[in-house]
Design a protein around this ligand. Structure first.
Ligand code: WTA
Length: 647
């Protein structure tokens, strides 16, 4: 496939009077060469501003002081709700699908969501929350989570959503770091039909934490909870008396909108800080162009709200664009693979945004679960969070999308606010697993180990070299750590921590986190290359490769491999997989061990926890470190047992 030089303008722009460029590439060039006017146009087209800016951008990415739309005033919740009331008040903003498929769903029109958010914002004001205060949300995937986020935004409080699977210790560490005055939680969450005691965990987390004055509790599970008089309040009691007349605070474009912690797998969690104006422009534009939003579309992003993907592509992007968002309460149950497609059909989802993990999990169940659904509403299929191997990409494209929907493999990070590298559905010839180009305004590059920028086709560390509106501004309360973590390794650039390959057409393929490289006998391998060779066998669903120390003390390669449901796992298959690796990457890359694994440990945001796989492979299982983000801790126990039997 070749890259066309005159790609068309993405459809989303075709109706816009402001767009004068005639091709995507030309728009991309303009976004770099005439950056101020490009972003001013987008900001005016996509959002409502109470007051316009004095300067579009100032400071710089490398200097750690980038600022966008300075002097402007806006409100994120106003842009997600009020702005749509004039023409779209009765269209659906949010559909909530409960985990229990026999229970009733909930739908909110824009008018209804607006009303709920206004009353929640009044209620927060009523209990003393002030502009700039921090509010912690520790909630299940229920509408009140979206309502609370937008209520904070409406009244100018800074929200920090903590993933509801976090332990009390992890929750406490975060609340203490950003000094929340209010925590909003639920009595219990419901997961796989069981009740998870969120309020009880909040009680433990908040013990002797002076900053927390109020704990607001949404009823979800319905079981009794311990109650601290004077501190605890029921959400519905609070709303009952709250006025629905709640003016949207006029926030500065650079006022903080939220703090979101990146998982602390290796170090103290980082409180990534995003501000209001630039983030929202970038969220809306990437959602419109990359997830191909059109008026009336239904969009389903499967991410938890506690991750950045949930923030940008379940809440701020699609609602700023006036779309309909599907929010699913449940965990994805491998035993019910058809549920995903039933939800797509039930709500006529147009854009589905999910993770390679979910795709591989469903793919491992065979194809029969696809046969009971039609999926004809789908128009674009997105993926994020991990490298997607070619087999999973092809399955998503041909089986799920029936060869009719572009697959957008989007690369970005909590820190980048929105998608940074991706194909664009309306403008691209898309190559499986290798089609990501920098989005408008993004200047991407590769550097070698000594920090030299590489030209042309190359493999290296991925860096970003100029500011874009959605970039993080700081780490909350610790600007020095921000500079140190991201801006000092390669002066002049933001260091992403990921390794990538760039082909001759300028397409990037992320090969994984820099730490996922293995050096064997002086040869450096990307684990994803070995994994791709293994998963190219049709019988394999998923593989994760880690370095380990062999019994003879030498460095070796340990491959955890999950077969598809109908695959016979025997020595012949293990040998066949080793052959595949040898043929595509040579002898050095052949794994010493192929260990069959019924499932791989991963976070609830879908990332395989390689650190843990590495520890198990090395037999170092006494202290597995922070396991609070694991989706299912039982998986780890099963693998430890297998490793012990196998060695
Ligand atoms: C990885 C998620 C390969 C990468 C939005 C990145 C990916 C980290 C992709 C950020 C992709 C994300 N291909 N790897 N399409 N997307 N990653 O902060 O290592 O939860 O640095 O943000 O996920 O994870 P985070």
């Amino acid at each position: 496939m070749t890259d066309s030089t005159a790609r068309p303008v993405p459809e989303a722009f075709r109706d816009s009077a402001n767009v004068s460029a005639t091709s995507y590439d030309e728009m991309y060039r303009r976004s770099l060469e005439d950056s101020d006017s490009f972003w001013a146009e987008q900001a005016n087209r996509l959002l409502h501003w109470f007051t316009s800016w004095e300067s579009v951008q100032s400071g710089s990415l490398a200097g750690g002081d980038a600022r966008w739309f300075e002097g402007a005033k806006l409100n994120a919740a106003y842009n997600c709700l009020d702005r749509h009331l004039e023409n779209n008040a009765d269209s659906t903003a949010l559909i909530w699908e409960p985990e229990d498929e026999s229970a009733e769903n909930r739908r909110f029109t824009y008018r209804e969501l607006h009303d709920a958010v206004c009353r929640s914002a009044s209620a927060l004001r009523g209990i003393g929350v002030k502009r700039g205060d921090r509010v912690c949300l520790y909630l299940p995937m229920i509408p009140e989570a979206v309502i609370s986020m937008l209520a904070c935004a409406r009244m100018g409080a800074i929200h920090s959503v903590v993933f509801s699977g976090c332990s009390p210790d992890a929750l406490r560490e975060r609340i203490d770091d950003f000094q929340a005055s209010v925590v909003i939680t639920a009595d219990q969450a419901i997961r796989f039909g069981r009740k998870v005691p969120l309020k009880a965990r909040v009680d433990i987390a908040c013990e002797n934490l002076e900053s927390v004055k109020r704990v607001v509790v949404v009823r979800r599970g319905g079981d009794d909870v311990d109650w601290k008089d004077g501190r605890d309040l029921w959400f519905d009691d609070l709303l009952r008396g709250a006025p629905s007349d709640s003016p949207a605070a006029e926030m500065g474009a650079e006022d903080p909108l939220f703090i979101l912690y990146t998982s602390g797998a290796t170090s103290k969690p980082k409180g990534v800080l995003h501000t209001t104006g630039g983030y929202l422009v970038y969220a809306a534009l990437t959602h419109e162009v990359i997830l191909d939003h059109h008026a009336g579309d239904v969009h389903w992003c499967t991410a938890e709200l506690g991750w950045i993907t949930g923030h940008t592509y379940s809440v701020y992007g699609p609602l700023a664009n006036g779309g309909t968002v599907v929010l699913f309460e449940g965990s994805f149950d491998a035993k019910k693979p058809a549920r995903t497609w039933e939800i797509v059909d039930k709500y006529q989802v147009n854009s589905l945004y999910t993770t390679p993990t979910l795709i591989r999990t469903l793919m491992a169940q065979g194809d029969s679960h696809l046969e009971t659904t039609r999926r004809n509403s789908l128009r674009v299929l997105g993926t994020v969070g991990e490298p997607i191997n070619a087999e999973a990409w092809n399955w998503y494209h041909s089986k799920v999308g029936k060869d009719d929907c572009p697959v957008v493999d989007t690369w970005w990070q909590t820190e980048t606010g929105g998608i940074v590298l991706s194909p664009v559905p309306a403008a691209e010839s898309i190559k499986p697993g290798a089609s990501a180009k920098p989005f408008f305004g993004i200047e991407a590059g590769l550097v070698d180990d000594s920090g030299e920028l590489l030209e042309g086709e190359a493999t290296g560390h991925l860096v970003l070299s100029r500011s874009w509106p959605g970039q993080m501004r700081s780490l909350y309360g610790n600007h020095d750590r921000f500079v140190e973590s991201y801006l000092s390794a390669n002066p002049g650039h933001y260091t992403t921590g990921d390794a990538a390959h760039r082909d001759a057409d300028g397409h990037y393929r992320i090969t994984g986190h820099v730490d996922d490289r293995i050096t064997i006998a002086g040869v450096t391998l990307d684990t994803s290359d070995v994994e791709n060779a293994i998963t190219s066998d049709a019988g394999i669903a998923e593989a994760a490769v880690v370095a380990y120390t062999r019994d003879d003390g030498k460095d070796g390669i340990y491959a955890w491999v999950t077969p598809r449901i109908d695959t016979v796992t025997d020595n012949a298959l293990a040998d066949a997989l080793k052959n595949r690796v040898q043929e595509s990457l040579g002898e050095t890359a052949v794994p010493d061990v192929i260990q069959w694994a019924p499932a791989l440990p991963r976070t609830r945001s879908g990332k395989i926890l390689r650190r843990i796989l590495k520890q198990i492979a090395n037999g170092a299982v006494d202290d597995l470190g922070d396991t609070t983000t694991l989706a299912d801790a039982n998986v780890v126990d099963a693998l430890v047992e297998l490793r012990q039997k196998g060695s």
